[in-house]
Design a protein around this ligand. Structure first.
Ligand code: APR
Length: 312
């Protein structure tokens, strides 16, 4: 039996995710959206691409959650996207209500699913999904770190003229401007970035990574979707195939780096049950300071959430 992945939100990120999932032929896909006709139309269009790309998967679009029953993974991308000049926090009020409803409706029909959250503000929305569903925290994970690291890998690869495959980067912390690109641990074919790039070029790449989302928004007028969607697909693949894949992601921390009861970007190991492990880095004093600053930003975001939504 083919595995089933539901994507709530058939907008740019949701539909790009569906297209890339279908191209991998690893699952059937259901897309849900409130806009009448949109998920149905996108799903049919995508389904009709399958003979050409020679993939046997079913893609269904609906405005009703009935179609989602029995999903292995629920991806939540529903909500409003950022526009130029907006921070991810500006989306909170609207997106908290949308994400809450998406979590409640999907849980009723897919009680065994793993949740991957994309809607921003990311760490706070992942926290909301865990609180609303009351699932074990390892079954709710936020997509951010793969994307942030992919942006950093892109910039390093362009700077040095080497294959993206040779560039490994790691980014911790909240999915906001205070995120922490780990320059000591990031490397090109095992050689630390600090040994390859002059300090001013490395600082420029760190800054560009932190503002990577805004850079796209300023061109496009709305938030990025290809790289976010590709990042979700990597997570879905790791979970469905039980790969034990080590990637940065937003996970529920319980003492890691001295942080408790929040979702935060850490190094995770992903498998069948979601987050199998959080793998801690041995951070130096400078990195700890940056991480704490990022955690403070996420805490403030969570305070805003608590004012908006009553959670147990
Ligand atoms: N239920 C289902 N879908 C909804 C709901 C809802 N209650 N409310 C809104 N949506 C849908 C919209 O109709 C739209 O099709 O969510 C979709 C969002 O798509 P886009 O506006 O294209 O936004 P996108 O770029 O996909 O970003 C979605 O992901 O990366 C984050 O910051 C981004 O929070 C944003 C989210």
């Amino acid at each position: 039996m083919r595995r089933k992945v539901t994507i709530v939100g058939a907008g740019m990120t949701g539909s790009s995710t569906a297209a890339w999932l279908a191209a991998r032929e690893i699952c059937d896909v259901v897309m849900i959206d409130i806009l009448p006709g949109v998920p149905q139309g996108k799903a049919l269009d995508l389904q009709e691409a399958m003979p050409v790309i020679e993939k046997d998967v079913t893609i269904v679009g609906s405005n009703s959650y009935e179609e989602t029953a029995g999903s292995d993974i629920i991806v939540i991308t529903a909500g409003v996207a950022r526009k130029p000049g907006m921070t991810r926090e500006d989306l909170m009020t609207t997106n908290a209500n949308i994400v809450r409803m998406a979590a409640e409706e999907t849980l009723k029909r897919s009680p065994n699913a793993v949740y991957i959250v994309l809607t921003n503000p990311l760490d706070t929305m992942a926290y909301l999904v865990q609180k609303v569903t009351k699932l074990p925290s390892h079954r709710v994970v936020g997509q951010a770190g793969i994307l942030d690291a992919a942006r950093m890998r892109t910039f390093v690869s362009l700077e040095l003229g080497v294959s993206v495959e040779n560039v490994q980067c790691y980014v911790l912390g909240g999915h906001g401007d205070e995120m922490v690109p780990l320059t000591r641990h990031s490397n090109v074919a095992g050689i630390p970035l600090r040994d390859i790039l002059p300090p001013d070029r490395l600082s420029a790449i760190v800054e560009r990574t932190r503002k990577g989302g805004a850079e796209v928004i300023n061109f496009l007028g709305t938030s990025a979707y290809y790289a976010p969607a590709a990042s979700v697909v990597q997570m879905v693949d790791a979970i469905l195939k039980n790969k034990h894949l080590i990637v940065p992601a937003s996970a529920y921390v319980q003492g890691e780096y001295g942080l408790h009861d929040m979702y935060f970007g850490v190094l995770t190991q992903l498998g069948r049950d979601g987050v199998e492990k959080i793998i801690p880095y041995d951070l130096n004093a400078e990195e700890k300071v940056m991480l704490n600053k990022s955690a403070e930003a996420v805490r403030q975001s969570m305070e805003t959430l608590h004012k908006l939504v009553k959670l147990d």
